[in-house]
Design a protein around this ligand. Structure first.
Ligand SMILES: Cc1cc2nc3c(=O)[nH]c(=O)nc-3n(C[C@H](O)[C@H](O)[C@H](O)COP(=O)(O)O)c2cc1C
Length: 197
């Protein structure tokens, strides 16, 4: 069965997480042919990507064979529950996007797609990035958690002998792939074998 996954990229810091995720998913699609990936960008995402990863996000996505949709592209299939997309991740997820989704403000393709996942009771994973978190952020995140959304903060771990920034990114992206039930070897698993360096 082909699983259809939406990857949404907002304008929070953390574009390297999104870059790594789309690269791993595209490689998996090319190897197994069992994934369809739709990418949706907020209007601020390209600016943050250029700053943090360098280059143009749309060009990078195109080089991976990924179509990216803009904020007003409501013709994107995942704008409707009837298209049956299986899961969605928002990585990184800004506090503005968290707030809009928590209050049902479906004013862009990204927030509409998230609204669809919640109403259809399909997996939605958000990767928020902000510090410190205000009471407003925490209440909005709580509202999403109550609605069944998985809140997976961009909090790298270091117990797996994290040697580089790329390793740190993988500690987050690996847990994200776990949520999507996609096999990978990005993580050192607690109690597991040492990861090859
Ligand atoms: C370089 C840069 C880094 C940012 N980092 C964050 C962040 O970590 N978290 C956050 O909530 N907003 C961050 N912002 C602000 C958001 O981009 C801004 O609130 C934007 O309106 C969010 O809209 P979007 O979610 O539609 O992308 C950052 C902005 C820039 C330019």
């Amino acid at each position: 069965m082909t699983r259809k996954i939406v990857v949404a990229i907002s304008g929070a810091s953390g574009a390297p997480y999104a870059k790594r995720l789309v690269e791993v998913l595209a490689a998996r699609r090319d190897q197994h042919g069992d994934l369809e990936i739709g990418v949706c960008l907020s209007s601020t995402a390209p600016e943050v990507w250029a700053l943090e990863c360098g280059g143009d996000v749309r060009a990078h996505l195109a080089s991976l064979g990924l179509q990216s949709w803009g904020m007003r592209d409501y013709k994107a299939p995942f704008a409707s529950g009837s298209a049956g997309w299986h899961a969605m991740v928002i990585v990184p997820c800004s506090m503005g996007t968290i707030a809009r989704i928590a209050h049902g403000i479906s004013d862009t393709l990204l927030t509409r797609a998230a609204d669809v996942m919640i109403k259809e009771k399909r997996p939605l994973v958000v990767v928020p990035r902000e510090m410190p978190l205000s009471i407003i952020h925490l209440e909005n995140l709580t509202a999403l958690a109550r609605a069944g959304v998985t809140v997976l903060p961009a909090m790298p771990s270091f117990y797996g002998r994290t040697h580089s920034l790329a390793d740190a990114v993988d500690t987050v992206v690996g847990r994200l792939l776990d949520q999507l039930a996609i096999e990978h070897d990005l993580l050192h698993r607690w109690g597991g074998k040492e990861r090859a360096q």
